[in-house]
Design a protein around this ligand. Structure first.
Ligand code: NAD
Ligand code: UGA
Length: 367
């Protein structure tokens, strides 16, 4: 097939001992950034994405265009398509899989629960079934989530803390993923590294996330809801800038041990690890909004509402000691600097002139 040629080409490493990485969810927010970073340092990259419409697919197409300018090819297909995955591994001897494809978002799980089961559980199992049978097996680094800490509020969260109180079906499927990983490591010797990301934000981000639609709504003069907990405490997140997360993903790939199994047979103990990748500095949502107001030069219409039982957790805060020890992970971007870069991208991408924000403000005052 025509795509086979492109696939081989785009996934051939340029650096000595470079990796050949299958990036699932490559048209997504984190996947597109990681694909570019891998390619830039000389690794071979091939993407897989189903371009679903959970959020505007035109943003995924725009990321795909950006990647194609860097000779990164994305195969359009679903994690649940076993023959397609097998074919990809037949064509390319991947050394690593960076598995980021998933149904993300915590609140949407109340509207479409089955999409979480399909992508995050069935799709993950399908990928592992294919990977376990490949010889030699690729090392797999996959996206878990800070949401596995559920209702915990003792801070900061360490990898050994309890994860038995998921607040959303999303969190439950991410927790299930960690347990599924355990079984594939135990039986087949697959090398598996889970990364618990903490509310990642930045340029090319996800329109379903608060920082993104707050920006949109503030610019359009629409009201926004700021959640507070049932006992009227501020809801806070350990917002983590995309470039820090990308460094963490590459570091995890670099230190992922080779699998010990091959062709579905276990030979010895392989790596099974889980790491927090956060910013270590939780910020209340109200503070996020005031930073945005400053950057957009526009007052938000704020509604403070008590956190509904919608899957959101009250608090997240990462301890990243383990990721620092094993691969030198150290977040360096504070929320103001990161949001500044996001807003710059947003204004540029959506073509809003900077005077627009002032006009909106003027309109609000006079109406
Ligand atoms: P995203 O939605 O932008 O990216 C996911 C991509 O996967 C999308 O492009 C989507 O089209 C694709 N996809 C979904 N289901 C698929 C399937 N069945 N087959 C093929 N492709 C499929 O999300 P993101 O923010 O880049 O998140 C990447 C990963 O990190 C996800 O696993 C997510 O759960 C996890 N995560 C993200 C955050 C965050 O704050 N962004 C935090 C914690 C965990
Ligand atoms: C985010 C991602 O959406 C999940 O995919 C990911 O798994 C999760 O991070 C994670 O870290 O594991 P969340 O932290 O809930 O989930 O991110 P947002 O949906 O952007 O919400 C950010 C904050 O804004 C939360 O505290 C939320 O309660 C708050 N919020 C959200 C509001 O105050 N008002 C709203 O209208 C929406």
């Amino acid at each position: 097939a025509a795509w086979e040629k492109q696939v081989r080409h785009s996934s051939t490493p340029r650096r000595v001992n470079g990796f050949s990485v299958l990036v699932t969810g490559a048209a997504g927010f984190i996947g597109s950034h990681c694909s570019l970073a891998l390619k830039k340092r000389g690794d071979g990259v091939l993407g897989l994405d189903n371009f679903n419409d959970y959020y505007d697919p035109s943003l995924k197409r725009a990321r795909q265009n950006l990647l194609s300018k860097h000779q990164i090819f994305i195969v359009e297909g679903d994690l649940n398509d076993g023959p397609l995955l097998t074919k990809l591994f037949d064509v390319v001897p991947f050394t690593h899989v960076l598995h980021l494809a998933a149904q993300a978002g915590v609140r949407y799980a109340m509207q479409n629960p089955q999409s979480y089961v399909k992508s995050n559980i069935a799709g993950f199992v399908n990928l592992l079934e294919v990977a376990k049978a490949v010889n030699p097996q690729p090392a797999i680094v996959w996206a878990s989530s800070s949401s596995v800490y559920g209702l915990n509020t003792e801070n900061p969260f360490s990898e050994r803390d309890r994860t038995d109180r998921p607040a959303s079906l999303y969190a439950a499927t991410k927790k299930a993923g960690e347990e599924i990983a355990h079984t594939y490591n135990h039986i087949y010797g697959l090398s598996l590294t889970g990364l618990r990301f903490f509310t990642v934000y930045g340029p090319w981000g996800r329109p379903d996330m608060a920082y993104f639609f707050f920006t949109k709504d503030i610019l359009q003069g629409k009201p926004i809801d700021i959640y507070r907990t049932q006992d009227q405490k501020a809801v806070a997140r350990d917002f983590t800038y995309i470039d820090d997360v990308v460094k963490g993903c590459l570091g995890a790939l670099d230190t992922a041990e080779k699998s010990t199994g091959s062709g579905g047979k276990k030979k010895g103990p392989a790596q099974l690890r889980v790491y927090n990748l956060g910013n270590t500095s939780p910020v209340p949502v109200g503070r996020l909004v005031s930073i945005l107001e400053g950057l957009l030069n526009t007052k938000a219409k704020k509604h403070v509402v008590t956190l509904p039982r919608n899957g959101d957790v009250p608090y997240t805060h990462a301890n990243v000691t383990l990721a620092y020890k094993d691969f030198g992970y150290k977040p360096t971007t504070d929320l103001s600097s990161g949001l500044r870069k996001f807003v710059k991208w947003y204004v540029n991408y959506f073509g809003i002139e900077s005077k627009h924000s002032k006009e909106t403000q003027h309109f609000d005052e006079s109406s």
